[in-house]
Design a protein around this ligand. Structure first.
Ligand SMILES: Cc1ncc(C[n+]2csc(CCOP(=O)(O)OP(=O)(O)O)c2C)c(N)n1
Length: 488
């Protein structure tokens, strides 16, 4: 007897006993693996948040309480629990369910997303709206550790932390962006195990010192001071506490015996709270656990083996562009490449193999990527920024203000131009011509075929022509590159 089939809305979930949740999670995973193996999609991230999503819908009163999924590539379970199970097989197809949250699709989808790093800001807008309108519901934002590298997430946190309103941010930490997460915040979060150890030491020391009369009190104060210092070194929460959030966690996000009581308590807390949950990408499907990068956003695959359902017929534009870049970089040591957390999707993993020291993955930080490239160019290097058209939208001012007005020799290899089909509205590369052509000193090129594509880059070998290649529209042929490279 299927439990999932009895759930038309989160209200039905509340009628279940938590003892039934593991069986329900098993069914949810089966459903997701079955559909994604047919139509492609964001498999690994979704398999990682099954328990967390069930716990949230069980404890919250949605849609009055608001759940905001950052990026929302991990909202399949949320869709399955909020009345969309029967249409789930239409995922990411024309006229079917979106692969992301969409307000037009359901009242449970509170904010449309697809680009990373918008969650905290949007959710905090809802928090302030609640206060203005004198309402009482809860607002919860789930943000990945990858999206924590996006500047906007930090902008949102520092705004919310200062104002002290009730707001829960759940950090869904699976240590992965699409590839392994990068950057100093990611390293900071990875110290969580040391943090657990530290909390235990602190508790034991506190109890011991408190038992000594008189001196005990002062010693405790002293210990607390030392604790603050030590925390900075080993406890992940301090960063968030300094930003005005109470920090809770880290906790295993797959064990209901921890998740439910902790989340229940946290939901009663006042003020801004950050709850750190550790999850595993791909959990429940071995090929996705082994290769979470490929299964982040995969094309249809053979369920039994995890192999792609179709073999790529010919090399993608992406591959041709980066192989040409590698050839150029062998001759010109000034060439360096930059990606904003999209090493595989942009093909720069090919470049990285040969030039690991000349590849920069800056995290989900498109604006920084472009201005960083401009800085490199001022010193005589020849940076190539490889980015999807849709994500370059983020860095419009950086292209204009930091690269173009200084006429700096930066080349943009723009991938996924044109309509992108399955990923839908948020990912179409439909505006790149419009927002690049009017920029001074910018030359926009688009190849008609693979041959021209190689020459476009080769042509940009010399200093002058390299500059002219700024803004090359390298992947106009959309569909093949997409189905071969996947991602969203
Ligand atoms: C602005 C922007 N840049 C790049 C991407 C491509 N992208 C989609 S999901 C993702 C990784 C997100 O990692 P995380 O926030 O940890 O979420 P997870 O998928 O691990 O749950 C990236 C880089 C994007 N969606 N938006």
């Amino acid at each position: 007897m299927s439990i999932l089939k009895t759930i038309q809305s989160p209200g039905d979930l509340k009628r279940l006993s938590p003892a039934q949740f593991p069986a329900l999670c098993q069914e949810l995973r089966e459903q997701i693996i079955g559909v994604v193996s047919n139509v492609g999609g964001h498999l690994a991230s979704n398999l990682g948040v099954v328990e967390l999503t069930v716990a949230l819908h069980y404890l919250l009163n949605t849609p009055q309480d608001k759940i905001v999924w950052d990026t929302s590539n991990q909202a399949y379970v949320h869709k399955l629990l909020t009345g969309r199970r029967e249409g789930f097989h239409t995922l990411r197809q024309y006229g079917g369910l979106s692969g992301f949250c969409k307000r037009e699709e359901s009242e449970y989808d509170t904010f449309n997303a697809g680009h990373a790093g918008t969650g905290v800001s949007a959710a905090y807008g809802m928090v302030e709206a609640r206060e203005q309108l004198k309402q009482r519901h809860k607002v919860v934002c789930i943000v990945g550790d990858g999206a924590m590298t996006a500047g906007m997430t930090l902008e949102g946190l520092q705004h919310a932390g200062a104002l002290g309103k009730d707001f829960l941010v759940i950090l869904n930490d699976n240590q992965m962006s699409i590839s392994k997460n990068v950057g100093a915040i990611s390293s900071y979060l990875n110290r969580s195990l040391t943090g657990v150890f530290y909390a235990k030491v602190r508790e034991e020391t506190g109890q011991l010192l408190g038992k000594i009369p008189h001196i005990g009190q002062d010693m405790q104060k002293l210990a607390r001071r030392a604790e603050e210092l030590a925390k900075g070194a080993i406890l992940p929460g301090l960063l968030f506490e300094e930003l005005g959030f109470r920090y809770a966690g880290p906790i295993d996000g797959h064990k209901f015996e921890y998740l439910l009581p902790t989340l229940e308590n946290i939901l009663k807390m006042k003020g801004p709270v950050l709850f750190h949950v550790i999850t595993k990408k791909g959990l429940g499907y071995e090929p996705a656990v082994k290769n979470p990068v490929w299964f982040h956003a995969c094309p249809p695959f053979v369920r039994e083996t995890g192999a792609p359902a179709k073999k790529a017929a010919r090399p993608s534009y992406t591959q041709i562009a980066i192989e040409s870049l590698v050839k150029l970089a062998r001759k010109d040591k000034r060439i360096v490449a930059i990606t904003a957390a999209m090493c595989e999707g942009t093909g720069l993993n090919i470049f990285e193999k040969e030039f690991p020291d000349r590849l920069y993955d800056v995290g989900i930080a498109e604006q920084h990527a472009v201005t960083f490239a401009a800085g490199l160019a001022t010193q005589g290097l020849r940076p190539v920024v490889a980015m999807y058209a849709t994500f370059l939208q983020r860095a419009y001012d950086q292209v204009l203000h930091d690269v173009a007005t200084q006429n700096l020799p930066v080349t943009f290899c723009i991938d996924r131009g044109g309509l992108v089909a399955e990923d839908g509205t948020t990912h179409h590369g439909a505006f790149d011509y419009a927002f690049l052509r009017h920029i001074p000193n910018m030359v926009v090129m688009a190849p008609k075929d693979e041959n021209e594509l190689q020459h476009m880059l080769t042509h940009s070998g010399g200093e002058r022509s390299f500059r002219k290649a700024a803004g090359s529209g390298l992947d106009r042929r959309g569909s093949e590159a997409r189905s071969i490279c996947g991602d969203g």
